[in-house]
Design a protein around this ligand. Structure first.
Ligand code: GLA
Length: 344
């Protein structure tokens, strides 16, 4: 018979979850479209002790002045203070009675608020810290996505949490965000991915939620955007909804073309697709900034660079640059890496 919870001794643990880079497929996940992210070799680690039978999650962070003290059970994660604790509180709320109390420290080598999914990495690491029992990656990703909605109110898609949970070394993940099927796509050794920070931003309070609503408005006219072709988008009467649908329908096609170009080792096509995505995010989806446009233009002119674009939700964050492996570039070179795990 299992011992009662309060009799179990504290146990040491370490959980690590990576950030992600999205190669292509931006603002397509929340309409069930296609994305091509990869988990990267930067991430967030939570290390400490589990205190079964305890009633508090106590966390310090190397990057935050104030510790987070979260009493269990959590009913309103958005009310947790300090703000960084809300992501963890959201995960605890979603885990409900499965959440184990912990006392631990958070460290990260992801820049925070830079568009590399530092929040998803924190959520996924927190889920492993508080609930290490086996859970299918899809279930963990969905739990963490709901946690983010509850913690921040941002109606994000599944991409970031899924990439952090399901990453595979040396591969990008082609995700159909409707069926949630994941197809690993090998990333070629002769190419490199570099990320350049442009400006810190938060999606909470940004126009991200407006974009989600505008896509929903477009879908009321022409049906699911994941099934619509670009010609259908042009029939939408409202010019804003039309531009949003134009981006999404063409972006889904670009993801397919990008995967085909990866398989055909067609480096020039890959670069052209990234630049086309940037133009579409700038002109039709309107989530770029002048600083991001300038960073992409500058990167595209550098020797060895194939293409570049703004990455993630937009309104700041970072750009992603695709280049030949031997090009010497400023920025963080990132490698396709395994998803989250608990460490021995
Ligand atoms: C953020 C969200 C994702 C996705 C991207 C845009 O990163 O968390 O779900 O919508 O923006 O592609």
């Amino acid at each position: 018979m299992a011992a009662p919870r309060h009799d179990r001794p504290p146990t040491r643990f370490a959980a690590r979850a990576p950030g992600r880079v999205n190669l292509i497929g931006e603002h397509t996940d929340y309409t069930g479209g296609l994305v091509l992210p990869m988990a990267i070799d930067r991430g967030t680690t939570i290390e400490g002790v589990r205190t079964p039978g305890g009633d508090t999650v106590e966390l310090t962070s190397a990057d935050e002045p104030a510790p987070a003290r979260i009493p269990l059970p959590v009913t309103d994660p958005a009310a947790a203070s300090p703000a960084w604790g809300r992501y963890v509180a959201g995960v605890a709320a979603e885990l409900g009675p499965r959440a184990t109390a912990i006392r631990a420290r958070v460290t990260t080598d992801l820049p925070i608020g830079a568009g590399l999914s530092s929040s998803a990495a924190l959520e996924v690491a927190a889920s492993l810290a508080m609930h290490p029992d086996p859970m299918p990656v899809l279930e963990r990703a969905q739990l963490c996505r709901r946690a983010e909605h509850r913690a921040t109110g941002v109606p994000c898609g599944i991409m970031d949490q899924l990439a952090s949970c399901a990453g595979i070394a040396g591969h990008a993940l082609l995700v159909d965000c409707h069926s949630l099927a994941i197809e690993p796509v090998p990333f070629p050794d002769d190419l490199q991915v570099v990320v350049r920070f442009v400006a810190r931003r938060a999606l909470a309070g940004s126009a991200y939620a407006d974009r989600v609503a505008q896509c929903a408005a477009a879908e009321r006219e022409i049906g699911p955007l994941r099934l619509a072709d670009p010609a259908a988008a042009e029939t939408i009467a409202d010019p804003v909804a039309r531009r949003r649908a134009r981006h999404v329908t063409r972006e889904n096609a670009r993801v397919r073309d990008f995967v085909a170009a990866l398989r055909a080792a067609d480096a020039r096509a890959l670069g052209a697709l990234l630049l086309a995505t940037h133009a579409s995010l700038r002109d039709d989806f309107e989530v770029s900034t002048p600083a991001m446009d300038a960073a992409v233009d500058a990167a595209a002119r550098e020797p060895g660079v194939l293409g570049a674009r703004l990455m993630g939700g937009g309104f700041g964050g970072c750009i992603v640059v695709l280049a030949h492996a031997d090009a010497r570039l400023d920025g963080w070179r990132v490698r396709p890496s395994p998803g989250a795990s608990t460490l021995p």
